[in-house]
Design a protein around this ligand. Structure first.
Ligand SMILES: Cc1ncc(COP(=O)(O)O)c(C=O)c1O
Length: 408
């Protein structure tokens, strides 16, 4: 052992952290998938299993036309842009995709990023200024939380706040206090997930719009789990509530879930917001564009969704059947109109053990515990897809029955 090893603070504390996770049954083990993402996947060491943990909500991840569009993109544009957008990285496939995203959401313009995480990291630091306030639902996605944190570090004097989950009265109180605070002299931004990824519940967007209008605040909605899922034609949570996209000031969302599942994210809103992002966004000025292959696949995925709203109806029917089955077996499933069905089991180690047992039984569902969800609220998060056939849902419920007997 060298002297350096003897003082390796990082190695010692990391070994202790990992040992603690191992001892308490919280250590995550990555599964390796050896084929395409679909209603069933081939898992190394487990064979073909029913997949209920991907965000492939519309079954487009391995749709032949989505795959072919990516291949065609590869043939036409090569491996990638080898540049950031403002130098020589904007290809016509980016323009096509962004126009389609804007049309899909019913807003003026859109801009893509290599992930929605990246989009959420970019928007606050770029669009907000000192004197502004960003106020965020307490259960918003980690990328929103970190995006806001980063913005307030980059821009001193930019204020942040949190309101209780889906609690409009709490939000109103905080906005009233902010308006009475001379330090909050600029724009107020209210930020919410459309669909909350761990609970599967949704934001009350009409009510939020009303509160925002009262306080001249802008409403930002990350609809990563709502895009392609919510509303009759899958436009998102605003459609579920009967709202036009233009009633939301800014959307962010991902291309890595319902819209083809490859990767990538975007912001969609006013031309002014997009123009400011092009001029000033650090992730847009200093990081490569979305790969052309992914842009082509995502564009095709959205085209398919716009032409085939039946996929959304199928997803809804599958989700209703799965929820009904979970309840009949006797598990506690959180209610919601989304495709996320969290089975609450409270204890993290139990959630992980249950997910391991389900896998032995041929069903792939992940157990989520602390720190992804609050302590004591561990769960099996089951996600339904339009690609599931009745037999897949039936197998899932049959295996849950076995689990119920073993983990009562
Ligand atoms: C609400 C929400 N926002 C953002 C993201 C990040 O999306 P991406 O995978 O495109 O970075 C996710 C993904 O889990 C999400 O659920």
């Amino acid at each position: 052992m060298t002297t350096l090893d003897a003082n390796d603070v990082f190695a010692d504390r990391t070994a202790a952290t990992l040992a603690h996770l191992q001892e308490t049954g919280q250590l995550k083990r990555l599964q390796t998938i050896e084929g395409p993402m679909g209603p069933m996947v081939r898992l190394r060491g487990h064979g073909d299993v029913v997949c209920l943990c991907s965000n492939n909500y519309l079954g487009l991840a391995n749709h032949p036309e989505v795959v072919e569009a990516g291949l065609e993109g590869l043939r036409r544009y090569g491996a990638g842009t080898a540049s950031v957008r403002f130098i020589c990285g904007t290809f016509d496939c980016h323009e096509r995709l962004e126009n389609r995203i804007a049309e899909f959401h019913g807003v003026e313009a859109a801009y893509t990023f290599t992930s929605c995480w990246n989009a959420n990291e970019a928007i606050f630091a770029t669009l907000c200024e000192p004197g502004d306030l960003i106020i965020s639902d307490e259960l918003n996605h980690a990328s929103i939380i970190d995006g806001i944190r980063l913005a307030t570090v980059i821009k001193k004097g930019l204020h942040k706040g949190v309101y209780k989950h889906n609690d409009l009265e709490n939000l109103r109180e905080k906005l009233a206090a902010a308006r009475a605070n001379p330090e909050v002299s600029g724009q107020i931004w209210v930020v919410t997930d459309g669909v909350f990824s761990m609970e599967g519940d949704i934001a009350d967007l009409p009510a939020l719009r009303g509160v925002c209008d009262e306080f001249d605040a802008k409403l930002v909605v990350d609809d990563s789990h709502g895009t392609g899922v919510m509303g009759a034609t899958g436009r998102g949570t605003h459609e579920h509530w009967g709202m036009d996209g233009s009633r939301i000031d800014l959307f962010t969302s991902t291309l890595g879930k319902a819209l083809g599942g490859g990767a990538g994210g975007y912001m969609a809103g006013s031309k002014a917001m997009i123009e400011l992002m092009i001029q000033r966004g650090r992730p847009t000025l200093f990081s490569n564009a979305l790969p052309a292959t992914v842009a082509c696949s995502a564009d095709k995925a959205i085209e398919i969704l716009m032409n085939e709203p039946d996929r959304v109806a199928r997803l809804r029917a599958n989700t209703a059947a799965a929820r009904e089955g979970i309840r009949t077996v006797g598990f506690e499933v959180l209610e919601s109109p989304t495709a996320i069905c969290p089975i609450i089991v409270h204890d993290t180690a139990k959630a992980i053990a249950m997910s391991a047992r389900l896998l032995e039984l041929g069903v792939f569902v992940i157990g989520f515990g602390y720190p992804v969800v609050p302590e004591g609220e561990a769960r099996l998060r089951c996600q339904i897809s339009a690609a599931h056939e009745d037999a897949h849902i039936a197998t899932f419920i049959e295996k849950l029955e076995v689990l119920k007997g073993e983990f009562a």
